[in-house]
Design a protein around this ligand. Structure first.
Ligand SMILES: [Zn+2]
Ligand SMILES: [Zn+2]
Length: 341
């Protein structure tokens, strides 16, 4: 089968033929990929940012936002059958450790992360497990929903955690209205009555944000912190969801956060430099976010199938993976780029 394989860091991946995966273990599931999302994390993988954390051995197949149809199942699999339409939680988990039993799928002690630390879904077939599969209505086109498996779940997870702080009358800033941010805006609309302020450099991204229900849009032109303070009576927002978190956006996000508010770090790439006296004297929280739980993805798919969250996509054939990565890197993708094998 064809797969998008990374052979060396700081070099473009190669599209080449590799053997198809097989369901060997009892709970193995092989999925025929219908859509694989192209993510900023793929660029960060190529830049070697994940090399040490993931410990992956090159070459390997990237792609961690996957949906498709069940192709083959191991003998212990009962929750899905061959032919089912599925979206995949990004980590096949063990189900037995403390984190799994608490529902904290991302913190499983025995999981793998296909596309990050093992072969992923920018290919014709992907090996996953029964626990990662969420069965979808058969009318669902996998390519329309694939990026909800990572971009979507990550945005939704942060919004879900912020809900108790976003009671009516509060303000939530969405910093960055790209692949994750545009799902964050729709999730906020579906789950809260907060006033949504969207900040982005790109005018088209702000137009999309307004269409999706942003109450205010702010162009990031260097004066974005002042603009947010002006919109909030000089106080800042109760919650800032920072989907960028690099190139200075992470400092802006903290500056936009109100006293006793929460700055959610969702994007990544730069360091946050905050005097500790500012953290204690204003009691502001800086909160990390790693993807989301299996149940987060189940809930998000309920919203998606009800039409309350829509993924804006730009589709590319698998052979055009390098074009999709280049377009994402150059800021030419509105919403999410999706590869279709
Ligand atoms: Zn991703
Ligand atoms: Zn586990």
């Amino acid at each position: 089968m064809k797969a998008v394989r990374l052979h060396a860091y700081h070099q473009q991946p190669v599209i080449e033929d590799v053997p198809e995966p097989q369901a060997k273990e009892p709970f193995d599931v092989v999925v025929k990929i219908g859509g694989a999302g192209v993510c900023r994390t793929d660029l960060h993988i190529i830049e070697e940012q994940w090399a040490e954390k993931s410990g992956v051995t090159l070459p390997y197949t990237i792609g961690h936002e996957n949906a498709g149809w069940v192709h083959e199942i191991g003998p212990g699999v009962t929750n899905v059958a061959v032919g089912d339409t599925v979206i995949l939680h990004p980590t096949p988990t063990c189900g037995l450790c403390h984190a799994c039993r608490a529902g904290n799928d991302m913190h499983c002690e025995n999981s793998v992360f296909p596309g990050i630390d093992s072969d992923g879904g920018m290919a014709e077939y992907l090996l996953t497990s029964a626990r990662a599969c969420i069965k979808l209505d058969p009318s669902t086109q996998p390519a329309d929903v694939a990026a909800l498996a990572d971009a979507g779940i990550t945005a939704y997870h942060a919004v879900r955690k912020a809900v108790p702080q976003l009671y009516p009358g509060t303000v939530c800033v969405v910093n960055g209205a790209g692949g994750l941010g545009h799902i964050g805006i729709q999730s906020l609309r579906a789950l809260t009555a907060a006033t949504v302020v969207v900040v982005d450099r790109n005018a088209e991204a702000l137009e999309l944000a307004a269409e999706l229900g942003a109450d205010h849009t702010v162009q990031a032109d260097g004066k974005q912190v002042d603009a947010v303070l002006d919109l909030t009576g000089g106080n800042g927002a109760e919650v800032v969801l920072d989907f960028v978190a690099e190139q200075g956006a992470q400092q802006d996000a903290f500056a936009m956060t109100r006293r006793n508010g929460s700055h959610f770090v969702i994007g990544y790439g730069s360091n946050i430099d905050i005097p500790t006296i500012d953290i204690i004297s204003t009691e502001r929280n800086v909160i990390g976010n790693l993807v989301g739980t299996y149940n987060d993805l189940v809930e998000l798919m309920v919203l998606a199938q009800a039409g309350k969250v829509t993924l804006h996509t730009k589709k590319y054939p698998l052979d055009a993976a390098l074009d999709a990565l280049a377009d994402l890197d150059a800021g030419r993708v509105r919403g999410r780029a999706i590869l279709t094998p």
